[in-house]
Design a protein. Structure first.
Length: 243
């Protein structure tokens, strides 16, 4: 449940979505090219319930969470599952990205911190940008990881596409993704002849999705490619993936 401890508007409460609801309220907006302000509005509207008391009851508190975000200096988001990282699944980017978009809409630029508690004895705090850099270099663009996905056929191709998807989602909602992260994924997934052939052969839809999301990142000014052949590479991936 998305949470931010309240100290003024609602005493001793945590904020979250309505009872029974799941997520941060913006999951369906991700990957659709929707502007950051729309994401901010949806997030603030969704996270409108204050939970507190001995029973953890929820009460609708319109504007209370907005007031807390408007004064926030820091967001700490825990990453405790060693089996997955920030670029797997939509939950992390929906919460962190929704919060960042909401804060920006309210004129704030709080630090976004990922607290890695996968080893409870050695928790480590990293900025969102540093956490994403670590994932991109150690997993997403790592030849050993990619080789493993090549052994999994269509599902492996889908995993590569999801990685690109989530990185673009973080870039669109938080602005914390350095341009060269996209260079690394382009070089590993699109410019590499073997990986590109794998994507087109095993999962053309995933190949097209990768090209579409990378092109969207470039068009929105989130990625400034260092290579001169990016246009040709993305066009080729899209064209060859077409039925």
């Amino acid at each position: 449940m998305p949470r931010l401890r309240a100290r003024r508007s609602v005493d001793c409460a945590h904020f979250g979505t309505a009872p029974g609801a799941y997520g941060a309220g913006v999951e369906d907006l991700l990957g659709r090219g929707i502007d950051r302000e729309h994401v901010a509005s949806a997030y603030l509207a969704a996270v409108s319930h204050a939970y507190g008391g001995a029973e953890g009851d929820a009460a609708l508190a319109p504007g209370a969470f907005r007031a807390r975000v408007a004064t926030a200096d820091l967001l700490v988001h825990c990453a405790e599952d060693p089996a997955r990282d920030l670029l797997e699944g939509s939950e992390d980017v929906a919460f962190v990205g929704g919060f960042a978009a909401a804060a920006a809409a309210l004129g704030r630029a709080p630090d976004l911190i990922i607290l890695d508690t996968t080893d409870p004895a050695r928790p480590r705090a990293r900025s969102l940008s540093a956490a994403l850099a670590r994932i991109v270099r150690s997993r997403a663009a790592n030849p050993k990881f990619i080789a493993g996905q090549l052994r999994h056929g269509p599902r492996g191709a889908a995993e590569l596409a999801e990685t690109v998807d989530r990185l673009v989602d973080f870039a669109e909602t938080t602005g914390a993704v350095a341009s060269h992260f996209f260079d690394l994924l382009h070089d590993a997934y699109v410019a590499d002849d073997g990986v590109r052939s794998f994507l087109l052969r095993e999962n053309p839809a995933a190949a097209a999705a990768i090209a579409t999301r990378l092109d969207a990142a470039r068009r929105r000014g989130l990625w400034h490619p260092r290579r001169n052949d990016v246009d040709a590479n993305l066009r080729m991936l899209t064209k060859e993936a077409a039925p």
